[in-house]
Design a protein around this ligand. Structure first.
Ligand code: PEP
Ligand code: MG
Length: 902
């Protein structure tokens, strides 16, 4: 034991010792530099200090034991290899000290270049550079500036002001006009600034410079901008950064030197070819600073054919080796090419699919790997029309991107006006403070929906997503005045008929018409593009990868659909059934009258008459859906929302009644309605008389729906079709509730189906935490469970799903309490745990119990992986999300390790 304890921990790796799979330890940059070194590519020699050293430093506030000695040993071998010593007065070795975490965090952490320069070695550097004094003093002043700012927190502006002063004295605005003497003077000025702020001289000892720079890179892991970036990108906070110490090479030694970036394929479209930029006589930071314009990489062929050919050869080798698009940074120092960095390159959604398809064609990867390399978020992006934003359009407001897409049209403020104008062939955008079920027809008619209130699970958002319609919600800069038919934004008044454009992905709102392009991927899913006969590489790649995902996935994918038309579209998108048919929409429009009669009924006869009138209408609804789904399972949920949602709002009724009374009109019906609304008023309607509670309290309501479902199934079957209804009871919290409903339903079903052969399942939603925790009991009475993760999240966290996202989630995200809204992506530890418990205990009580999910999470990529892991049978999501869920279910089935493809 004792012997083991004394074995020294290895904190420093020579490039020759690492490889690309050691990203956890060496960071992305270090691991890839090692990989290139081992491939025999010309990487400037160097070494990597591990993320473990960084973590140890950040926890204890000091370098771990042994680190200093290991750095010394690696530095010595670097010096031997280069034949130069760090900071040597005659022939100095200079190094760069660069951060490099596991996941790329561009520009978030620190880099110090030219470490090793001091008052003496600056002379040696000049000699090395063929007597180029200007270059040497410019390098030195850059070191003091970068070191001062990064390592010693000297305010950067002070150096910038001194540089401006030097230029002013010279009568120029261009850094390049400063000669060696000017720069020598600037070094003096910089040293004074350094001393003033730090109380000490600029360190002349090269090794001290190096140690302080390494420490500053460690500390930059916790710099505020890095912390914020990690939160946004959902990068864990405890990974730490590695530090790369690399021999400096210079691209600014003259016309035969330069620097550039290259991509092995076009990261925009995925097309094969040579892409990149080159800048002669410059260092990498000049490219970033945009001091001079770069030239296309192809022009390097004329400038330096040898380096160009070599680079192309390395690009081909890297792509062959990484089997993916690589991006590369390189420098040419006096005609010698050096590779400074490579990594698997970022790309657009379209390029991701196209490249994955090409690499399969080229035999570099198989279809499993191609599937792993794309994701549902990319597919979703490709399914929405986009704005052609090459114009000078500026957004006037930004809300929540509630349902993606791009839509332009005339502003309308009421559902009725939306329907009217749409019937005349106009594109309209329905603008409301918030929507309610009454706006449904207007939402169907509109091209897009814009609200000034509400979050991602507000009525507008959920319904719009269900329809695949563009929606921006919670754009609170809009002051919407529906009665006056106008809204005010950014000091401008927009009235009915004015044109606006909304981007449901970014949440941005524009005045005027921004041109829109349709999605070819949707055209393909809709069946209007034949993948075998189309010369569109994107569509061919999507087709191929989707087909593979379907072969691999274990999860079935159903859709949430309430109408035959939605069901038909979802089937074209690949839905294998309906996982949630919400029946409340069937009680709106001209049927509202019947619902009012039901609510106002004062006798059994009146109530039964209202229900009897609703029955045939409901039956027709279900016939339509069963025919469309043609034997695929259809889960019909019994009515869920509080009934007063079907009545006019209290204030409106009160005003109507008062006005009518004033005029002496007959208001008996309105008065009765008003009384009913008052009676039914609830402080917390989402926790009130809704779901199964309605079925238990209002005689005959569920019975009517059950009968309509069973009769529709029988009729479809008798006419030669096939129907597989599954009746689902909402909001169950106790098995007794379900048992009561089930006993009544079974009687009706037995009576209706007779010997027709129709089988009707009865199951429940699991959307109340108590249901999840007593799932073992509930399973005794349920033939299936479907997780209602919207309500389960609402009740699990105690977050009102209609309010909180717009109200305060920004703060929660800022504080890192969660990285994404739990209404959007399942909260695995909390709400997810409820799902896991219910799945396990439900299946323990009833082996083989069918399990699905029908909350919004059913179409969220990360959540689909979770549902795969906990063993659900299917996910159900809005029609437009069906392809995303199919793709992610396929990826979940082939993904054995967590994906780190950021
Ligand atoms: C749910 O709560 O997750 C659900 C699907 O039901 P609804 O969204 O209709 O409340
Ligand atoms: Mg619910």
């Amino acid at each position: 034991m004792a012997a083991q304890e004394t074995v020294e921990h290895k904190y420093v790796y020579d490039f020759a010792e690492g490889n690309k799979d050691l990203k956890d330890l060496l960071g992305g940059k270090g691991a890839n530099l090692a990989e290139m070194t081992n491939l025999g590519l010309p990487v400037p020699p160097g070494f990597t200090i591990t993320t473990e050293a960084c973590k140890a430093y950040l926890t204890t506030g000091r370098e771990p034991d042994g680190l200093a000695a290991q750095i010394e040993a690696h530095l010595e071998s670097l010096e031997r290899e280069m034949g130069r010593k760090l900071g040597d007065p005659q022939d100095p070795l200079l190094v760069s000290v660069r951060s490099g975490a596991k996941f790329s965090m561009p520009g978030m952490m620190e880099t110090v270049l030219n470490v090793g320069l001091n008052d003496r070695s600056v002379v040696g550097l000049s000699a090395q550079a063929g007597g180029n004094d200007r270059f040497a003093w410019d390098s030195y002043r850059r070191l003091i500036q970068m070191f001062g700012k990064t390592v010693c927190e000297v305010p950067g502006e002070e150096f910038e002001h001194a540089l401006d002063d030097a230029k002013r004295a010279k009568g120029t605005q261009n850094d390049l006009d400063l000669d060696a003497d000017d720069l020598r003077g600037l070094v003096d000025a910089y040293k004074k600034i350094f001393a003033k702020h730090t109380g000490r001289e600029f360190p002349q000892e090269p090794r001290e410079q190096l140690d302080l720079a390494i420490r500053a890179v460690f500390e930059s892991w916790n710099a505020e901008r890095a912390v914020v970036y990690r939160r946004q990108e959902r990068i864990p906070a405890d990974l730490g950064t590695a530090v790369n110490v690399v021999a400096m090479v210079f691209g600014n030694l003259g016309a035969d030197s330069g620097t550039g970036v290259a991509f092995t394929r076009d990261p925009g479209s995925g097309a094969q070819g040579i892409y990149g930029d080159y800048l002669a006589n410059a260092q990498g930071e000049d490219v970033v600073a945009g001091i001079r314009n770069t030239v296309p990489l192809q022009e390097l062929e004329q400038i330096d054919k040898k380096s160009y050919d070599e680079l192309l050869d390395y690009m081909a080798r890297l792509e062959e080796h990484y089997k993916d698009l690589c991006d590369i940074e390189f420098t040419i120092e006096r005609g010698k090419l050096w590779m400074l960095q490579t990594r698997v390159g970022k790309r657009t959604a379209a390029a991701a699919f196209v490249i994955a398809g090409q690499l399969v064609d080229e035999g570099l990867i198989d279809l499993d790997e191609a599937l792993h390399r794309v994701n549902g978020a990319q597919l979703a992006q490709l399914m929405f029309p986009r704005f052609r934003l090459d114009h000078e359009f500026q957004p006037v407001a930004k809300g929540i991107g509630a349902s993606p897409g791009a839509a332009s049209g005339k502003v309308v403020f009421t559902s009725a006006r939306a329907v009217e104008l749409a019937a005349e062939g106009e594109s309209v955008i329905l603008v409301r403070r918030e929507t309610n079920p009454d706006d449904l027809n207007g939402m169907i008619a509109a091209k897009g929906i814009l609200t000034s209130r509400g979050g991602k699970t507000s009525h507008a958002a959920v319904v719009a997503r269900g329809m695949g319609k563009t929606c921006v919600s919670g754009a609170d800069e809009l002051d919407v005045n529906v009665p006056a038919k106008k809204f005010i934004v950014a000091g401008q008044t927009v009235t009915e008929g004015d044109i606006v454009s909304i981007d449901g992905t970014t949440g941005k709102v524009y005045l005027g018409e921004v041109p829109v392009m349709p999605s070819e991927v949707v055209q393909y899913f809709e069946g209007s593009l034949d993948p075998e006969h189309i010369d569109n590489p994107l569509v061919r790649a999507v087709h191929r990868i989707m087909t593979h995902a379907d072969e691999k996935r274990r999860l079935r994918v159903r859709t949430n659909a309430d109408t035959g038309a939605d069901a038909a579209r979802a089937r074209r998108f690949g839905a294998e059934g309906i996982g949630l048919c919400r029946t409340e929409h069937m009680f709106l429009g001209d049927r509202r009258e019947l619902v009012e009669r039901l609510i106002l009924a004062s006798t059994d006869e009146e109530r039964e008459a209202a229900l009897a009138a609703l029955l045939p209408l409901q039956r027709e609804d279900f016939i339509d859906i069963f025919r469309e789904m043609d034997g695929l399972p259809v889960t019909v949920r019994l009515i869920d929302p509080p009934l007063h949602e079907f009545l006019p709002p209290l204030e409106q009724l009160a005003v109507n009644v008062a006005v009518a009374q004033e005029r002496g009109e007959d208001v008996a019906k309105e008065e009765a309605l008003l009384a009913a609304v008052r009676r039914m008023h609830e402080e917390n309607p989402m926790l009130g008389l809704r779901g199964v509670r309605l079925g238990l309290v209002i005689p005959g309501l569920f019975a009517m729906q059950v009968r309509a479902i069973a009769e529709a199934a029988v009729e479809v079957t008798r006419s030669g079709g096939s129907a597989c209804p599954e009746i689902m009871v909402p909001l169950v919290g106790a098995v007794q509730e379900l048992e009561t409903v089930r006993a009544e339903a079974e009687k009706i079903i037995a009576e209706v189906v007779g010997d027709s052969g129709v089988e009707v399942l009865i199951g429940t939603m699991i959307e109340v935490p108590r249901a999840a925790l007593t799932a073992g009991q509930i399973a005794e009475a349920a033939q299936f469970f479907s997780f209602g993760t919207n309500d389960l999240t609402q009740m699990g966290w105690g977050f009102s799903r209609d309010d909180v996202e717009g109200a305060f989630f920004w703060r929660y995200l800022e504080l890192g309490i969660f990285g994404i809204s739990p209404f959007e992506s399942i909260d695995r530890e909390g709400v997810g745990r409820l799902v896991r418990i219910a799945a396990e205990e439900g299946r323990a009580a009833r082996p083989g119990l069918k399990l699905g999910v029908c909350g919004e999470h059913g179409g969220d990529p990360d959540s689909v992986h979770f549902f795969h892991e906990v063993g659900l049978d299917y996910v159900s999501c809005s029609p437009f999300r069906v392809p995303v869920a199919r793709l992610e279910a396929g990826r979940a089935a082939i993904t054995t390790t967590g994906s780190d493809s950021r």
